[in-house]
Design a binder for this molecule. Sequence first.
Ligand SMILES: Nc1ncnc2c1ncn2[C@@H]1O[C@H](COP(=O)(O)OP(=O)(O)OP(=O)(O)O)[C@@H](O)[C@H]1O
Length: 324
Amino acid sequence: MSRPLPSVADLGRWARVGDAVRVRAVRMVFDDVLALDAVDLDVAGGRVHGVLGPNGAGKTTLLGLLLGLLAPRSGSVEVLGVPVVRGAVLPAGVAGFLDAPGLYPGLTARANLMAVARLAGAGGAAGSRVADALSRVGLAEVADDRVRGFSLGMRQRLGLAGALVTEPRLVILDEPANGLDPQGRRLVQAVLEDLAADGAAVVVSSHRMDDLADWCDEATVLAAGRAVFSGPLAKLAAECGPLEHRVVVAEPQRARAIAETLPGLTVLPSPRTAPDTVVVRGETAAIEEFAAAVVGAGAGLRSLAPVVSPLEAAFVRLTGGEEA
Ligand SMILES: Nc1ncnc2c1ncn2[C@@H]1O[C@H](COP(=O)(O)OP(=O)(O)OP(=O)(O)O)[C@@H](O)[C@H]1O
């Protein structure tokens, strides 16, 4: 039996998959500051891609290039298959903000979004798109309050709602985690997951790994204008190197003595307030060997946890944070 022909909706969805962002060998210089050097970036539809790096690494500059607000000194930038040239109109379907969302403080949340929806050509669907977007970012109850009184986290969520009402295929968000409380972070995460499930690409920046660990499938890490990593988060975690672990035991003296005999393990000072904790640094295999030896010796293993997550450790290592 032959397969049914795809519907128009299917074709629209498939058209979204593919390279939403393609940046090649971009170099960006401000006066004598090299902001980006030989940076590539690829983001496909259906992916949430984090752009990470410490302050001044070049994140906002890279996102500014994607939004056509800056022109590179050399290299090329394409979004949704269209070359981005400074000052030219971006292709329909690109939404986002740099630094902070541009909002009219004297207007209500709803009025701000209605303006965006109408500009995006929503026509008669504007009202329902706006109501839906407000509820997805958890602002339905304050829809008719003026934005002037909104907190930073509420403004960030309203900025995201502004992107949603345009029914985007590519969303670019600069530091959207700033000011978000845990509930706000969960709402934003759900919105980004829905966008990706619907085939849109999302590029989101932060200077903190933990901000993006739950949101992204993949990441590009920038350090001093260069991409020092690009790929899936699982691959990034593997770059963590030897990790510090806190190991809580019944007999810390014995456990410490065991650790000192094991190759590939460094014993670090215990926290003064936790004398039953032994802190060790090593590769996963060495940590596992230590745990097994503690159990084998009957020294009472109570808990074992990394001091920072593998992702955080990889981020710090790649961006030179250890030296800092
Ligand atoms: N308009 C500008 N004029 C001069 N230098 C600039 C300009 N914009 C950025 N820079 C410099 O380029 C480098 C990269 O800046 P960028 O804002 O892209 O970094 P960032 O990673 O977004 O930092 P942050 O986390 O602090 O926002 C920095 O050294 C910054 O000082």
